[in-house]
Design a protein around this ligand. Sequence first.
Ligand code: HAM
Length: 420
Amino acid sequence: MAFQIPRGTQDILPGEVERWQYIENTARELCKTYQYKEIRTPIFEHTELFARGVGESTDIVQKEMYTFEDKKGRSITLRPEGTAAAVRAFVEKKLFANPQQPTKLYYIGPMFRYERPQTGRFRQFVQFGIEAMGSNDPAIDAEVISLAMALYEKLGLTKLKLIINSLGDAESRKAHRDALIAHFEPRIDEFCSDCQHRLKQNPLRILDCKKDRDHELMETAPSILDFLNEESKLYFEKVQQYLTSIGISYEVDPGLVRGLDYYNHTAFEIMSDAEGFGAITTLCGGGRYNGLAKDIGGPETPGIGFALSIERLLAALDAEGVKLPIDQHIDCYIVTMGDKAKDMSVSLLYNLRKAGLTVEKDYEDKKMKAQFKAADRLNARFVAVLGDDEIEKNIISVKNMETGTQEEVSIDELVSYLSK
Ligand code: HAM
């Protein structure tokens, strides 16, 4: 029986992986300019971390986690997202004690959610995310949002839409929560069983329900923006002022509630506006989570971050027809004729590679014409031809594939010739 890849996962093959590497490198360089440092946390964590961190009432925790018992009976979960683990590490490794605050972290790695696979939705996907912990300055909210926008723009996306909202502080949320319960409770039996649970557990989640999204009460539901207290309102205004000051346009959408429980104050999503983009247009999501560190047993620490998947980023690039400037050349292909040349090419290649050049040769005893074809396929800048005659004269014939000119070079000087 031939095996097949599990549903909702992908093999990223050579030819495609270069785009991933290009995006990852661009993200890393960008993080450097913004001074976010990489953190690598385990692929799995104790299930309780996500239950408490992401929230019991979320779809992620209720339906989408890959949870299993290890051999000692501990409940383990493949991470469905990166924030809970970053905050866990921040608390556990006491990163808050570092004099340089806020702690600014980034990660790139696979996340796992048992969702129904479709275009742009996978069961294993790679998130690039950043988290800034320890600052309550709205300037950091603008910084986090601007880093996400900068990445997309650097990669060449232009059709982007940023939507923002404020979920307010604890007091504002409590007032909004009471209003939501009063709004939905009299007719809650018209809603799905999930929403009936959500009513008391976390009524905000009702607004995010996929099944009941067309119910008339959804549209008339009380808006969080009407319940923000003075402090929350001022905070949100300041975030908007900073976004405007750096030329980032946005839309305020009071319906943006996000699918994870840890958010308060700023919440945002970046969508693709490109024509022909699939049904799922959200490229990036994030927001503030000032209560999360405390919820998982640490000191009260404000935090904000975002995550975006490389899969959806690639889909957006395709939808906009953006080609990444990936260098597909090799420096030199060594064509050999005869056994002596074949033997000699081994050390020649070794020395060229040691000098940092990208080189290839034939390993299948191909005819000369086929070797030239291979050089072509690999986009070789130079093709160096080595035969018995050349070896005798200690030369190698080097052809510049761009100009078509050919030169004879001493074998000992090939490295320095090509390095130029
Ligand atoms: P999230 O909205 O669940 O937030 O996911 C963030 C991003 O991950 C989405 O916008 C999307 O690009 C990508 N994503 C999510 N699920 C899938 C999937 N099944 N297939 C492909 N891509 C997917 C979080 O994960 C939060 N931890 C973000 C955050 C960081 N908030 C604060 N800090």
